[in-house]
Design a protein around this ligand. Structure first.
Ligand code: ADP
Ligand code: MG
Length: 584
């Protein structure tokens, strides 16, 4: 077997935003140049402009550089706007694409992996993690180049103005860098810890919201609340430490900077500098450069926090994306037509055990199904009926034995196309929020209204659908909650009938239907003689007319035969039948 390993990574989608990722920072650099030029002009105004204005009544040395400053401000404003625009396009676009990639991946995941993640974790990845990655992309465009350039540029300008004083700058930068490095190294672990705890909380919240009904049903609220409180307490303790560390950053940097400003003023008024002739204007500009360095360094420390977080998210997204899904397993579907009455499905000594289960759920299952037949599967809850179908649908892979479909091992088929041939109505059918028509078309987007109506009629769902406002376009609420259980089942059956080509499986799908409706449904299905039907039920009445009935008992086949044969050959079947007729 060959596997397709996804090469998709969290940041892969950046390749679509090359233009923005290059142009954005370039425009930002334009702004940096303007910002660096500003103190120079200010120095000129202070030194030349004020002097000329006072002594010669000539204001040109004030308003000309003043106008240039104004012009630079306007230009800087526009280049910031452009950069912001690119940052926003790149980060939002990237986030959207990543969400789509992840969503597609989630839908393609093997059931086993999806169950292992849980819906909470998946929600968390698609919201929190993607957001963090998105923020990191915006920061890449806006600040990653800017902050270091401001620091370096300001340093260079300081050297140009006065190299002696510039050495104080250099000392300040190195000192702050050291302080920050210490803080960042000690806090990054803390940041990650806090992050994990927060993720855990989000996950618990989302899982509990989904399971509210279950939690209440089992009177387990207190227990759950206690567990939750332990987690939030942990978060509180961790974030306290993390915040204290972060809180130290700013005062420490300001301390160093202000000390440096005092040093500069001291030196510039001292004799050495007085000899080298530093002016008031130069002094002012030096102080503005120092302030710019300060702001840039604070930004750098924030950036590091943002990227530490994004890195944790990247890890998780990468892991999810790296999961191989069997859908991409190689194998072409050679469309093969099987004549009616010929073997279409064969279970050859199939056994199966769930990953964490102790015992096999299915053991040595052998049976054959011919095209066009109606097969009934009966057995108590937990006897393995639904598991059998999950194997047929390739949600799971048999631990032993093979399933043959149209003469070939089912694992060799292309997953998607197999799904097109095998239509399954699950035990708990899921309807999605939208309209009836949208739901019916899930398996066949281009189905015509006539096809939908035909399927609705076959599924005995036509009457209640067409009595609704909007008919085919009537609203379906999330989970189909605006329909009764029996109506949901019939809608799900209709949905499967729309795209049923070869095999139709009804997994306990008529349990909420009354006997009359069910009889009608079975009669309608009989008309579809080209379809092979597998009907799982706990009621003998639902499948007594099947061509073959498979009786399941604790993961094994008890017996196979027609209703009449089984009454004679299977005590188990006879017992089930008799207990049910007695009830009636
Ligand atoms: N995802 C799962 N992980 C582990 N065990 C499972 C899982 N799904 C079902 N089982 C177990 O497999 C057995 C058969 O379940 P199932 O096939 O759903 O039975 P049936 O459809 O006949 O009621 C049960 O004992 C059930 O607990
Ligand atoms: Mg079941």
């Amino acid at each position: 077997m060959t596997f397709y390993l996804s090469m998709e990574k969290a940041y892969s989608n950046l390749k679509f935003y090359k233009k923005e990722l290059i142009l954005g920072p370039l425009f930002k650099m334009l702004e940096v140049v303007f910002e660096l030029a500003m103190p120079f002009l200010m120095a000129f105004i202070i030194d030349e402009g004020i002097d000329k204005a006072l002594n010669f009544d000539d204001y040109s040395a004030i308003y000309i550089p003043g106008l240039i400053i104004l012009g630079l401000c306007v230009l800087g404003f526009f280049s910031t706007l452009v950069c912001q625009y690119f940052a926003s396009v790149a980060s939002q676009g990237f986030g959207t694409k990543l969400r789509n990639t992840i969503y597609k991946k989630v839908l393609d995941l093997d059931l086993e992996d999806a169950e292992r993640f849980g819906s909470g974790a998946l929600t968390n990845i698609i919201t929190t993690d993607v957001n963090r990655l998105q923020v990191s992309v915006a920061m890449m465009v806006r600040l990653v180049l800017r902050a270091p350039s401001i620091v370096i540029g300001s340093l260079i300008c300081a050297f140009v103005i006065n190299w002696r004083i510039a050495f104080i700058f250099l000392g300040v930068v190195v000192l702050i860098a050291i302080i920050m490095a210490i803080i960042i190294i000690s806090s990054s672990k803390q940041v990650l810890k806090v992050q994990h705890t927060l993720d855990d909380i989000v996950e618990t919240t989302s899982d509990s919201l989904n399971g509210t009904r279950v939690i209440r049903a089992f009177n387990n609220e207190e227990n759950e609340i206690k567990k939750y409180e332990t987690k939030t307490k942990k978060y509180f303790d961790e974030i306290k430490i993390s915040n204290v560390i972060n809180a130290l950053t700013n005062p420490l940097t300001y301390l160093v900077i202000n000390a440096a400003i005092i040093l500069i003023i001291y030196f510039s008024s001292s004799e050495i500098i007085a000899q080298s002739g530093m002016s008031k204007g130069e002094l002012t500009s030096l102080i503005s450069y120092l302030t710019q360095i300060l702001t840039a360094l604070v930004v750098v420390s924030n950036l590091i926090v943002i990227f530490t977080r994004a890195f944790a998210s990247k890890h998780r997204v990468d892991y999810l994306l790296s999961l191989e899904s069997h859908i991409y397993k190689n194998g072409m579907f050679s469309e093969k037509n099987i004549a009616k009455g010929q073997q279409i499905i064969k279970f050859d000594n199939v056994s199966f055990r769930y990953r964490d289960a102790k015992n096999s759920t299915l053991l040595n299952i052998n049976f054959e199904i011919n095209k066009g037949e109606t097969i009934g599967i009966i057995g108590g809850t937990g006897s393995g009926k639904s598991t059998l179908i999950k194997l047929l649908d390739r949600f799971y892979t048999p631990s032993e034995g093979t399933i043959i479909y149209k003469g070939k091992d089912i694992s060799e088929y292309n997953f998607r196309e197999l799904r097109n041939e095998i239509s399954i109505v699950n035990q708990k059918p899921v309807l999605l929020a939208g309209t009836i028509s949208e739901n019916l078309k899930m398996g066949k987007q281009n189905a015509s209204d006539e096809e939908l109506i035909k399927a609705l009629k076959e599924a005995c769902a036509y009457d209640f659908v067409f009595s609704k406002n909007g008919k085919l376009n009537a609203t379906v609420e999330e989970g189909g909650l605006n329909f009764s259980g029996g109506q949901r089942q019939r809608l799900a059956i209709a949905r499967s009938l729309v795209n049923a080509n070869e095999i139709l499986v009804l997994d306990d799908s008529s349990s909420a239907l009354d006997n009359l409706t069910e009889k009608q449904l079975n009669n309608n299905l009989k008309e579809r003689s080209d379809l092979t039907k597998i009907i799982i039920s706990q009621r003998v009445s639902s499948l007594r007319n099947a061509d073959k009935i498979i009786v399941m008992y604790h993961g094994q086949i008890d017996s196979i035969g027609t209703h009449d044969e089984l009454l004679k050959s299977s005590n188990l079947y006879k017992e089930i039948y008799e207990s049910q007729t007695r009830e009636e």
